[in-house]
Write a protein that binds this ligand. Structure first.
Ligand SMILES: [Fe+2]
Length: 276
């Protein structure tokens, strides 16, 4: 099974830039790249920061951008999103009984869990009792699980970025729940950090995908300021075979030369030596 993981598209009112670039053009470029290279993908999963200012026109633009896709899309919200406005545009989008944008589905016998980690007017992640109960129920009632959310639910060793990870008060409960079910959770996928960061948490591997917009630069000392740059964006292709996962990072804006080499692999002689 092939899954496309995209994150942090930060859409604006069309015509407005974000961080010096057009987020709508970037999203279109990413989706076109997916459509032409991965038409066999089972899902496109966008893990939040759908709209930078949470504006209705941005969500309407997202709706239009997704309208003609042949691959089913799953959406999560992030700290820049406005849950109410998002749901006013994506009217039929599933929520849990408490109104969080929590949803889940079973693909090939594996539960894909989409967790809403957004708090009110805060960039940090939240995992309240209602969401803990919802996730506990999902994890308890499935054979295998794969978890998607917006925020990094663990510290990443980047002091400034870690200020807006899942809040300290909610991290123990999250970790405890993941540790309890770690034997059945294949992976945790998130966005938020605008960078590819990989590791293992409570016995479960995790990966964050870069943004389709600006990228962050890891700073292990800076305590307050996030650092970023308009470096090349990418999305992830997840290849899933049973409980196994391989992740590829796709640089979808590269327009320079692409070097191809032969597949015979009988290339032991250095070219100038071969010519002698
Ligand atoms: Fe973001």
């Amino acid at each position: 099974m092939k899954i496309i993981h995209i994150s942090d598209i930060h859409l604006t009112i069309p015509g407005e830039e974000m961080g010096g670039l057009d987020p709508h053009a970037r999203l279109s470029q990413a989706l076109a790249h997916v459509a032409s290279n991965h038409p066999d993908a089972a899902r496109i999963i966008i893990t939040g920061d759908l709209a930078h200012w949470g504006e209705k026109a941005a969500y309407e633009a997202l709706q239009r951008a997704l309208a003609d896709l042949r691959i089913p899309v799953r959406l999560l919200i992030g700290n820049h999103d406005n849950r109410t406005t998002f749901l006013s545009v994506f009217k039929d989008h599933p929520t849990d009984r408490a109104g969080f944008v929590n949803h889940a589905e079973t693909l090939d016998g594996h539960r894909f869990i989409y967790l809403d980690s957004v708090g009110e007017r805060t960039h940090a992640g939240h995992f309240c009792e209602a969401r803990r109960a919802w996730l506990q129920n999902e994890l308890s009632n499935c054979e295998r699980a794969r978890l998607f959310l917006h925020h990094n639910p663990m510290l990443l060793g980047l002091p400034a970025s870690d200020q807006i990870a899942l809040v300290e008060s909610d991290r123990p409960q999250f970790r405890e729940l993941i540790a309890e079910h770690s034997a059945k959770i294949d992976y945790i996928h998130f966005g938020h950090v605008h960078a590819p960061i990989h590791g293992c948490f409570a016995g479960v591997p995790f990966a964050s995908v870069p943004s389709t917009g600006n990228q962050s630069i890891p700073d292990f000392d800076e305590a307050d300021l996030l650092k970023g740059a308009p470096m090349a964006p990418s999305y992830f292709v997840l290849l899933i075979h049973g409980c196994d996962t391989t992740i590829h990072q796709m640089p979808f804006t590269w327009e320079g030369p692409i070097v191809t080499t032969g597949t015979g692999w009988e290339d032991w002689a250095k070219p100038n030596e071969a010519a002698e």
